[in-house]
Design a protein around this ligand. Sequence first.
Ligand SMILES: [Zn+2]
Length: 72
Amino acid sequence: MAGNDPGQTPRQRPRCPICGAPQLAAFRPFCSARCADVDLNRWLSGVYAIPAVEEDEPSGAGPGDPARVKPN
Ligand SMILES: [Zn+2]
């Protein structure tokens, strides 16, 4: 059976996790700058679970605390 396609490599190329297109070396692990940007936006918008750490401010701080000077 001579069904070998000259344009196909035996090893499967890794694919872009965003759109599934073959990765481009310049944008690994994505296929383009746009997909890299999409992934970044997912991070920034909190799609990925990020443990929220809330600052807790002590409500009894003295007025002359040098470690807690607010620029307001
Ligand atoms: Zn992509």
